[in-house]
Design a protein around this ligand. Structure first.
Ligand code: AMP
Ligand code: ZN
Length: 466
């Protein structure tokens, strides 16, 4: 297995700390709003990484946090707590906001066939672990208190910014006007806020430094080390986490333990909306329920994500999503036909095994999903491979792709919007009433909408015109 490591900026052979086992931490959602489909692209990438490692024979321990406190609207300790802001705007309690959006997040994940991490840990359930880690940093001389807050001093370690390759001298001389005058170095960051920051903060806890709440970065260090130990294999997130969040996670974790914290840093590129990163703060974002409301299946979006490499930017458009939808439905239809011909073979022949090997190799080469999909389509179109062998190979591939191929049913394949399906039903009734003129009119209308009507033993279905 080969993986691109952001730390070395190169593709490396993956060697786990404990042979056969992988420890993997992924930064989870901040539950103050719905996840947008850009956020979900990152979780799909992490799910595909985990599935690929498992397919390669590793057992994976996957931990993800839920940020329900401490994440400010600005990355440099500026702005206000995202949860508090959402609560103020909606008139709900922060706890209700967290519960509501956590549920919404896991509904989206389930619809996208993202396997739930082995451990999902909420920041607010781990405040004592964070306090213990801050104490450890304090004992090691890495912190200072100013204006009631506890700060991490980046000058207390020799290699701050190594992940992002930040040039500290440039940062100092070119630093923008400092917002927090308590900071000795503009890149120092808060480990613990006391109520000196915001009066009326709803979520606060007692601590040796006064009643307050933790900074955002400390939660990931404290929880990952609690569940995976002080040295683990893989840490993932979106690329926007590199310059501040992951940089600060590394600084405080390695300052506390005095050793390397994580071996492989894996980052997913952005989903773009137009020419910019899709983002909640700039307003232009789309959620999964919005796509579903327009007649797309969540798995159309999963397929769309798989069609691009995780380290390349992917531009969202409804035209591109339409192509992904047509491709996925075409695939489901092929699988449904194969299922009518036979069962997946238990001992696939050489040709099918060859396709499986090519597929695995593409995925194990830094998750080459677009190449792996082209292997899949080559197999689908290869008339020399029998139905049972094809099915076996496709099911094997789907362990990583997660498209639910084994559930493909001819009649159950839903193509088109609710209105298209209503027309299809109307055509069925017209035919039953021997109103062939009307039936033909509807067939023509559906053709204009992009579908052929195909009569099958289990009823008429829509087939996208590709
Ligand atoms: P958040 O809930 O804001 O903490 O973000 C959750 C995850 O989504 C993080 O790993 C981000 O790096 C990632 N992310 C944010 N915006 C995008 C985007 N436009 N495309 C892909 N990933 C993103
Ligand atoms: Zn994190």
């Amino acid at each position: 297995m080969k993986l691109y490591n952001t730390m070395s900026r190169s593709i490396e052979e993956f060697v786990p700390i404990v042979p056969g086992h992988v420890s993997m931490y992924c930064c989870g959602p901040t539950v103050y709003n719905y996840a947008h489909i850009g956020n979900l692209r990152t979780y799909i990438f992490e799910d595909v990484l985990k599935r690929t490692l498992e397919n390669a024979g590793y057992s994976v321990k996957h931990v993800m946090n839920i940020t329900d406190v401490g994440h400010l609207t600005g990355d440099g300790d500026d702005g206000e707590d995202k949860m508090e802001k959402s609560a103020r705007e909606t008139g709900k309690s922060v706890w209700d906001i967290a519960e509501f959006y956590t549920k919404a997040f896991f509904r989206d994940e389930e619809a996208l066939h993202i396997i739930r991490p082995d451990i999902v840990c909420k920041a607010t359930d781990h405040i004592q672990d964070m306090i213990a880690l801050i104490k450890r940093l304090e004992e090691g001389g890495h912190t200072y208190t100013a204006g009631g807050n506890v700060y991490f001093s980046i000058d207390s370690i020799p290699d701050y910014g190594k992940l992002a390759r930040l040039n500290i001298d440039d940062l100092k001389s070119g630093a923008r006007i400092e917002i927090d005058s308590n900071k000795k170095n503009p890149k120092d960051f808060v480990l613990w806020f006391t109520n000196s920051k915001f009066a009326g903060q709803a979520m606060t806890w007692d601590s040796p430094w006064g009643r307050g709440y933790p900074g955002w970065h400390i939660e990931c260090s404290a929880m990952s080390m609690k569940y995976l130990g002080e040295h683990f294999d893989i840490h993932c997130g979106g690329i926007d986490a590199i310059p501040v969040h992951h940089t600060n996670e590394i600084a405080q974790s390695e300052a506390a333990t005095g050793k390397t914290w994580v071996n492989y840093w894996c980052h997913g590129e952005f989903l773009l909306m137009g020419n910019a990163k899709m983002s909640k703060s700039t307003g232009g974002f789309v959620t999964l329920p919005v796509l579903e409301g327009k007649g797309y299946n969540a798995l159309d979006y999963r397929y769309f994500c798989l069609s691009g490499h995780y380290r390349s930017q992917l531009r969202f458009s409804f035209e591109a999503l339409d192509s992904a939808k047509a491709a996925r439905q075409g695939l489901m239809d092929r699988v449904a036909s194969l299922k009518e011909e036979g069962k997946p073979s238990e001992n696939p022949g050489e040709a099918a095994l060859g396709y499986m090997k090519d597929f695995d190799e593409a995925m194990e080469n830094d998750l080459g999903a677009p190449q792996a999909l082209s292997v899949l389509w080559k197999l689908v179109k290869d008339s020399a491979v029998g139905a049972s062998d094809k099915l076996a190979a496709l099911y094997h591939m789907d362990k990583i792709l997660g498209l639910g191929l084994s559930e493909a049913e001819k009649a159950a394949v839903t193509v088109g919007t609710e209105e298209d399906l209503k027309l299809l039903q109307e055509r069925g009734e017209a035919k039953k009433n021997k109103d062939y003129k009307r039936a033909d009119e509807i067939r023509e209308e559906l053709r204009k909408r992009g579908f052929n009507v195909k009569d099958t033993p289990s009823g008429a279905i829509l087939e996208p015109i590709v």
